[in-house]
Design a protein around this ligand. Structure first.
Ligand SMILES: [Fe+2]
Ligand SMILES: [Fe+2]
Length: 327
């Protein structure tokens, strides 16, 4: 495969796991096209035309020629300059890493992370929050995220990859969509009696088993294991970053009893508690590893070797070979 083919595969798999469904993704792209077409001519050249075909602003080839052939990738959660230099050092020793794949975005993909958050509007609507309410609550949060991300040094790791000549991409919402789909099929398709029952299932998933050994496994942030679980949703696995904290009140009114989330702020935790939601924090790196592993399995199936790094708990579901980072 080439760098470009891996990227195209990411967009395809991200779309087929998208909570909006393929039709919802097409509608999103159509809205982008309309925005572009309605721009005055002099502003059109500033529009990122990648947005017309790629629904994930946070999933991009950050550096490198798309036609470069790839036999081996280094994949992980956060790639800063350190990881880029690490790959270069490993290549000096003859490792032969052709491509770096990070989960968390860098470069333009980080600077435009807020753009992908629109996905949460449809996701919350699918859990019973009226779409106008979900959109209204989220719009202020999206502009807050945009302001927060603005001052960051977005291009540090991209510059390191460019200077060392190593192709680099980030795959963010695509992997989170894949992780969300995997988890929603386990937890949302059937009824659970207690919160403890939900946690028991979670703890049996191999990535979480490993995370428990790393002392970074699932934890209950509000509620009790003895509480009735009610309707369980995996509402905080995809959609860029944390949504609006006011959503808990609406989810609670819509009949949600338990939320499985990757991570949360204290402010969000307090809101969830106030509205009697059982909040299971599954763990950040480990939850990001779920979607990563499903995608990396697809690369392995196509003959690509995977070197896990940067906090990725690598579990292969095709070879039942467990390679664990951080041991
Ligand atoms: Fe993620
Ligand atoms: Fe993450």
């Amino acid at each position: 495969m080439t760098v470009g083919e891996i990227f195209e595969l990411a967009i395809k798999l991200g779309t087929s796991a998208d909570p909006r469904g393929k039709a919802g993704v097409e509608k999103f792209l159509a809205r982008q096209k309309k925005i572009y077409e309605e721009l005055p001519e002099k502003r059109k050249e500033d529009f990122d035309i990648e947005n017309l075909k790629n629904p994930y602003s946070d999933t991009r080839i950050l550096f490198g020629d798309p036609t470069t052939p790839v036999n081996k990738v280094m994949a992980g959660i956060d790639f800063d300059t350190g990881e880029v230099v690490l790959a270069d050092r490993m290549n000096e020793k003859g490792e032969g890493i052709d491509l770096l794949i990070a989960h968390h975005p860098a470069g333009a993909a980080l600077a435009s992370l807020h753009e992908v958050m629109d996905l949460q509007v449809d996701l919350m609507a699918s859990y019973g929050v009226p779409i106008n309410v979900a959109e209204g609550l989220l719009s202020e949060r999206i502009s807050e995220v945009k302001r927060k991300l603005g001052p960051i040094n977005h291009y540090r790791s991209v510059d390191a990859a460019r200077l060392l000549g190593i192709p680099f991409m980030c795959i963010h919402t695509v992997w989170d969509n894949m992780g969300w789909k995997f988890m929603s099929e386990i937890f949302e398709k059937k009824e659970h009696d207690t919160v403890g029952d939900v946690l028991d299932i979670l703890r049996k998933i191999p990535e979480y088993q490993q995370a428990i050994k790393f002392k970074a496994g699932p934890a209950l942030f509000t509620g009790s294991e003895k509480n009735r679980a009610g309707k369980v949703v995996v509402s905080e696995f995809t959609g860029g970053t944390e949504g609006a904290k006011e959503i808990y009140e609406r989810l609670s009114q819509a009949g949600v009893g338990t939320i499985i989330s990757m991570h949360t702020s204290e402010e969000h935790r307090e809101e969830a508690k106030k509205h009697h939601i059982n909040l299971i924090i599954a763990g950040h790196m480990v939850s990001d590893s779920i979607g990563a592993n499903l995608f990396l399995d697809e690369l392995e199936k196509r003959g690509i070797q995977v070197v896990p790094a940067s906090g990725l708990i690598r579990v292969s579901r095709i070879s039942s070979k467990k390679v664990v980072a951080g041991k």
